[in-house]
Design a protein around this ligand. Structure first.
Ligand SMILES: [Zn+2]
Length: 189
C-alpha cells in the first residue's frame, strides 16, 4: 500500500539540476489535494491516490546549447458521475507527455505550434504540482459512463409527466434508440 504522505509533486523544482543528472522523481498524491480537479469528480474517497513520475535529461542538437527535456507520466482512477445511470463510475486516465524547456515565454509561444513536444519556460522554481493537475484536468473524459451500468437505467425523465410516460410505454425502444445515437456521437466527438 502506498503511503498517502509519500511524495507529492514538488511545486518548486529546479528541473535543470534534475536533467543534469538524468534524474527521476516519482510518488503518489491524494486526488483530494487537487482542488481544481475535485470539482469534476463524484464519489471521491478521501484516501484515493494517483501516481506520478518524471524523468529529465539534457538533449542536444548539433551546434546548439543542450536543452532540458522532461517526460511526465501520471495515472489515476478518477471517480466520476456516470451520465447514463448517475452512479459513480471509475474512469482510468493515463498521461504520458514530453516537454522541452525554453528560456522565455516568447520562445515558448513561438515554437509551440511547430514542436511535437510541449514547451515550457525554464525556471529554477518550476511548479510540477500545477502541471500534473493541468494534465489530469485535460485528460478528463468529456462524458463519463460505465461500460455497463450496474443498475437498469430508468429512461423516463421524472418531470415529463404522465403523458410522456405513457408514450414511452407505447414505444419502449424509442428512447433507447435516442441513447444509442447519443452514444455514438459522443464517441466520435
Ligand atoms: Zn452507469
Amino acid at each position: 500500500m502506498p503511503n498517502p504522505s509519500a511524495q507529492r509533486p514538488p511545486d518548486r523544482l529546479d528541473i535543470a539540476v534534475l536533467a543534469q543528472s538524468n534524474g527521476q522523481l516519482s510518488g503518489f498524491d491524494l486526488l483530494s489535494n487537487q482542488e481544481r480537479l475535485v470539482v469534476d469528480l463524484s464519489g471521491l474517497q478521501p484516501d484515493s491516490l494517483f501516481n506520478w513520475q518524471v524523468s529529465a535529461w539534457l538533449g542536444s542538437e548539433a551546434g546548439a546549447k543542450p536543452q532540458v527535456w522532461m517526460r511526465l507520466r501520471v495515472s489515476a482512477d478518477l471517480p466520476m458521475q456516470c451520465q447514463r445511470c448517475l452512479e459513480t463510475c471509475i474512469e482510468p486516465v493515463a498521461v504520458e507527455r514530453e516537454y522541452r524547456f525554453v528560456a522565455s515565454e516568447a520562445l515558448a509561444a513561438e515554437g509551440d505550434d511547430a514542436a511535437e513536444e510541449d514547451l515550457l519556460v525554464l525556471s529554477k522554481q518550476f511548479n510540477l504540482r500545477e502541471l500534473v493537475e493541468d494534465e489530469l484536468l485535460m485528460a478528463l473524459p468529456l462524458v463519463a459512463k460505465h461500460q455497463r451500468c450496474p443498475k437498469p437505467v430508468n429512461l423516463a425523465v421524472q418531470d415529463e409527466g404522465f403523458e410522456a410516460q405513457a408514450e414511452t410505454k407505447k414505444k419502449p425502444f424509442a428512447d433507447l434508440k435516442g441513447l444509442l445515437v447519443k452514444d455514438l456521437s459522443a464517441k466520435r466527438g
